[in-house]
Ligand binder design. Structure first.
Ligand SMILES: [Fe+2]
Ligand SMILES: [Fe+2]
Length: 134
């Protein structure tokens, strides 16, 4: 079972990743040529920002302060690059949240993490599906 401090540390690593993809996806929305990809990646960018919000709320309840610095953003140039980068990042997100659940977190944090994890899986499915069309 992770201590509160360890939980806050791990949630903050997840926040850095959520901030990264929310920036990455909103810029991809601007640069993408494929209209379906562009419209959907904007919605996913907003979902990622809401993940950062949920994690920040839980960190606040645990007595911590949320991270403010994103992990390095990689936009890509062609739509196909963007989708490949995003597939990687969604895999990383799933790995991080599954790791948190396996690492032993309190039930209130686990509820937040499970909900986010489900959404990351649906993002991964979208990027995998669109990969054949860009
Ligand atoms: Fe996310
Ligand atoms: Fe995601």
């Amino acid at each position: 079972m992770l201590t509160e401090q360890e939980t806050i540390y791990r949630l903050n690593a997840a926040i850095a990743m959520e901030l990264q993809v929310s920036i990455q996806y909103i810029y991809q929305h601007v640069y993408a040529k494929n209209n379906i990809f562009s419209m959907k990646v904007e919605k996913i960018a907003i979902a990622e920002m809401k993940h950062a919000e949920s994690l920040a709320r839980r960190i606040k309840e645990l007595g911590g302060r949320p991270a403010t610095v994103p992990s390095p953003v990689n936009i890509g140039y062609y739509d196909s690059d963007m989708v490949s980068i995003d597939i990687n990042d969604e895999h990383s997100a799933i790995y991080v949240y599954e790791g948190l659940l396996e690492g032993g977190i309190d039930e209130k944090t686990a509820i937040v993490v499970r909900r986010i994890l489900q959404e990351e899986k649906s993002h991964l499915k979208f990027f995998n599906d669109i990969r054949r069309k860009v």
